[in-house]
Design a protein around this ligand. Structure first.
Ligand code: FAD
Ligand code: NAP
Ligand code: SF4
Length: 681
């Protein structure tokens, strides 16, 4: 029986791959992603549970987050390293559970180079990165030798810890990448100068590591195939390096896209799906070992298409497996509708890591909390009413029903999703549809009694035999007190995004939080052409990615479509506009609007609105923003009208999501709160 017979929907994705003596059962590699569990001081039990859950879910080959081969390679002080036998012993708590679950796991060896967030940072040359505080010390020639030996020793220790292989991190602008590229490598010795000397460092690492670990141990090499920085590697150099790495003994080459300092979005939600697999495809045929492609592949049909057209031999996904550990199992069961899809928001994973917090997932708050938040069948079945089918109510209802509670979910709207129905209209946020689709499936499967088009009053709930009522009614937009606020030209973001209100050619936006930015993005597009987030070539052109790769580094002049409107965004605070947006995505939102010539005014004092426009004071000076429309995006207040009468009736009431707290609300908190309450009720 062929793979196509056993897996008619995804025959390429689900076919095994032979790598030396190891059979990888399918083409899914869980890409390396730092989640914070690696840095635990004792035995790595939580990390073991996290990966074992993904192994149970059928992932072909797991790669851990980056582990440093020595102290100066640590990403930050006290970050994970593997330099001795005690540290190798800690990793047995990872490899053991993964193997017990039938999985394969490789450990990534990452030397942070000049991106290290500590004063011991080293690099080929003492050149500071634009995104780091610390100027690195240039490694001496003996230092280079010591570092190569540290990589090799780290590989040997990983083998003794029970790993099936290692991934040598050679991309994203970390140490190895810094050796490769001339602008970060000004050395005059045998590790700098001509290209052959610059690539000697990684080639020596792989060659000596292969000698040390023997033929059966997997060595994945992550190769930067598109640096997205000026004067990066040329395509010819990339091919030369790939061939040398293959000859040195690597088993697999994985694709790296973009240095961390690159100013092109590579994985955020506005990046189209599979936007970079053409890069890996270019390398096909140049080497004989399997190639892995990556970036924004989150659903089986996308992965299957990429493999079927021959762009790569394997797919790397990290965040989608945080979002759904059973992704592979569900693909094998042809159950794409049941996949909890990663929406590429970065809010709970990468943004957490940048805030020194443990990563988890916006759509799956159980991720990385496998041993702490457990959803088990209930011993005491309760009858529960949930008011509001936004993210909070949906997460609660489906989790509680999966435990065996009898749940009725009400929403006054004709559809589920709450504010996500506005978010999904914003160009670049199309992925939010997937969350609504997932919850639609889960409502059916868990047996939630869904009552749409039902605006619930307290009387509808009192005396109806509910053991508990969950108020997940979300928020009301904040109304602001300003002369002229009732003028015809004033709209709220709800009028614009949900009500389809007509918006003029010149627009002023009051409030520049997440919603103000999204409204500006929505209004800047004409909605006649497909959003660049749905069209790979349009996206690459907008961000200046050179698909011909004629320029070293792969950058060219960006081509931005002009904005559909003349937009001015205002905020009262003096701080950087969008400063509270996600660490890994805020810069993209700002840059995207700047490219469209959106004016951003901070330090604004609102005076009045009239036929001429929005009148403000700025630096004490009066100013008029001429506009046809003013859109108010001034935050939100909780919608809690039901709480007092329900509590007065003696009902047990729980508040979740925006109804509980509107300040700093986002879907991450709403889903987390709903899930945790449902796990414990
Ligand atoms: P809501 O989503 O507001 O849902 C409340 C539900 O209750 C609604 O469906 C409503 O119809 C229903 N309801 C209210 N009263 C009643 C009643 N009496 N009877 C029956 N039903 C009732 N968050 C992020 O994390 N990331 C983002 O990128 C993001 N982008 C956004 C973009 C936009 C344009 C908007 C508007 C929001 C965005 N958000 C984002 C915020 C996110 O959508 C909210 O934080 C989240 O939806 C709050 O969830 P909730 O369940 O508490 O409330
Ligand atoms: P927000 O982020 O709190 O922003 C509210 C804005 O309104 C601020 O810019 C504030 O700025 C202004 N404001 C507040 N009170 C005002 C008043 N009385 N008069 C005039 N301006 C006032 O809230 P939001 O934009 O409504 O977003 C709601 C939540 O959704 C956010 O917390 C966010 O996390 C989430 N969200 C996230 C994303 C995302 O991409 N991650 C996108 C959309 C929404 P000044 O006080 O400086 O004027
Ligand atoms: Fe994906 Fe967002 Fe979850 Fe990260 S937090 S895994 S980007 S859905």
């Amino acid at each position: 029986m062929t793979s196509a017979d056993s897996h008619p929907a995804y025959p390429h994705l689900l076919s095994p791959l032979q790598v030396g003596s190891v059979t990888i059962p399918n083409r899914v590699l869980m890409g390396s992603m730092h989640v914070g569990l690696e840095d635990d001081v004792g035995p790595l039990k939580k990390m073991g549970a996290y990966f074992a859950r993904r192994a149970e879910g059928g992932v072909g080959l797991i790669v851990t987050g980056g582990i440093a081969p020595n102290i100066d390679g640590q990403v930050k002080p006290f970050a994970a390293k593997l330099t001795n036998r005690w540290e190798a012993f800690k990793h047995r708590y990872v490899t053991g559970p993964v193997h017990d679950a039938g999985g394969l796991i490789a450990m990534q060896i990452l030397h942070a180079g000049r991106y290290a967030y500590h004063p011991l940072a080293v690099a080929p040359s003492s050149i500071k990165s634009p995104i780091s505080m610390f100027r690195p010390r240039a490694l001496s020639k003996r230092g280079v030798e010591r570092t190569i030996r540290a990589f090799v020793r780290c590989g040997e220790l990983a083998k003794t810890a029970g790993y099936d292989g290692v991934e040598v991190m050679g991309s994203e602008g970390y140490l190895i990448n810094e050796f490769i590229v001339e602008k970060t490598n000004k050395r005059g010795d045998g590790y700098g100068g001509a290209y052959a000397a610059r690539m000697r460092f990684p080639v020596e690492i792989v060659r000596r590591m292969r000698e040390a670990v023997g033929p059966d141990f997997i060595i994945v090499y992550r190769l930067s195939m598109l640096d997205l920085v000026k004067n990066g590697s040329s395509w010819e150099q990339i091919v030369e390096l790939a061939k040398a790495i293959e000859a040195a003994g690597a088993s697999i080459i994985n694709t790296g896209i973009g240095w961390h300092e690159a100013r092109v979005p590579t994985i955020a939600t506005m990046v189209p799906r599979a936007a970079y697999t053409w890069v890996t495809a270019r390398l096909k045929g140049e080497v004989q070992i399997p190639l892995v492609t990556s970036n924004r592949i989150n659903m089986p049909e996308t992965a299957e298409d990429v493999l079927a057209r021959g762009d790569a031999d394997m797919i790397s996904m990290a965040r989608p497996l945080l979002a759904d550990p059973d992704w592979v199992k569900k693909a094998a069961a042809q159950d794409a509708a049941g996949i909890n899809t990663c929406i590429a928001c970065n809010q709970a994973c990468l943004d957490h890591i940048f805030q020194n917090k443990r990563a988890t997932c916006l759509v799956n708050p159980l991720a990385c909390y496998e041993t702490e938040v457990v959803v088990e069948p209930t011993a005491t079945k309760k009858t529960i009413a949930v008011v509001g089918a936004g993210p909070a109510g949906l997460a609660f209802s489906t989790t509680a029903a999966s435990r065996g509670h009898a749940v009725t979910l009400f929403d006054k709207s004709a559809v589920i999703g709450g504010q996500f129905n506005m978010a999904r209209k914003v160009p670049g946020k199309e992925e939010f549809d997937e969350t609504i689709r997932y919850f639609t499936t889960m409502i059916e499967r868990t047996g939630v009694d869904l009552q749409l088009g039902t605006a619930v009053t307290a009387d509808d709930l009192i005396g109806k035999g509910y053991d508990a009522v969950i108020i997940a009614t979300g928020v009301h937009p904040r109304r602001i007190d300003l002369p002229g606020i009732d003028h015809d030209k004033v709209l709220s973001y709800v009028d614009v995004l949900a009500g389809g209100a007509e918006v003029g050619k010149a627009v002023a936006i009051i409030g520049a939080g997440g919603i103000g930015f999204d409204v500006a993005e929505f209004l800047a597009h004409d909605h006649e052409h497909a959003s660049p987030s749905l069209d790979v070539d349009a996206y690459l052109a907008e961000w200046g990615v050179d698909k011909t790769m004629e320029t070293p580094g792969g950058l060219t002049k960006p081509k931005t479509a002009p904005a559909a409107r003349d937009i001015t965004m205002c905020q009262r605070g003096e701080s950087k506009m969008g400063g509270k947006l996600g660490k890994t995505t805020g810069w993209i939102h700002r840059q995207s609007l700047k490219k469209k010539d959106v004016t951003m005014l901070t330090g604004v004092s609102y005076q009045r609105i009239d036929d001429d426009g929005l009148h403000i004071l700025r630096g004490g000076e009066p100013m008029t923003i001429p506009c046809d429309t003013v859109v108010v995006c001034a935050g939100q207040i909780p919608a809690r009208e039901l709480v007092a009468p329900l509590k007065a009736s003696g009902l047990t009431v729980h508040l979740i999501g925006g109804a509980d707290e509107a300040a700093e609300l986002d879907a991450k908190r709403a889903i987390d709160q709903g899930t945790r309450l449902a796990a414990s009720i």
